[in-house]
Design a protein around this ligand. Sequence first.
Ligand code: DC
Length: 231
Amino acid sequence: MPNVIAIDGPAGSGKSSVSLALARRLGYLFVDTGAFYRAITWLALQRQIDPHNSARVAALARQAHLDMHPRPSADPPYTFLADGQDITAQLHTPEVDAYVSVVAANADVRAAILDAQRQLAKRGRVIMAGRDIGSVVLPNADLKIYIDATLDERARRRYRQRLAEGKAADLEAIREGLRARDQLDSSRDVAPLTRLPDAVYLDTSHMSLEEAVEAAYRIVTSHDCADNARA
Ligand code: DC
């Protein structure tokens, strides 16, 4: 079985839900790296630092003490601490959503948190999800999976999720927000979201969550780690 699994893909592809369900099934640790960028974004907004001010945001990322504690059965499956404060509930607010791509495009921010992500992977039996896990954070991962879905389908999923949470939702606005984030995440200079040739491609557009998890599970259990060693 692959010990370290890297999962990348765009927002709303099902990457986090699939990774979490897969981690529970395998008894692996799930690390959602987007939470690091969200934490720094939240800290910047909290301290009234303009997210576009790259030098100040990078200084903040270097100073902040960020800690992710797994809580596999909780939702989200971790507690996230920034300088000792539990900010888990703050990470998915619309304000953070609006600025996180700008913060994630900051090369110095990415450099500041790289080591923390690699340290988490050293525990082994880990599934790490994000945008640059296979390309930058864990280029030697035993298995890389790229999870994808069409923009329309990803927008519909987010829309249904918001309605299920009892929140107001506008399908067109969600679609436009995802399109803008895709554009920023894939076109930035540093660690852009890319589909790597050595990643197994999983298109979940026509799959339920259960079907996507099953497909990912089959990819993991049929993977021959020797392939990576030969590549
Ligand atoms: O997966 P998410 O929606 O929580 O990610 C939040 C933002 O962080 C998104 O703009 C992509 C970015 N991100 C990244 O650049 N690299 C990662 N490894 C994870 C997330």
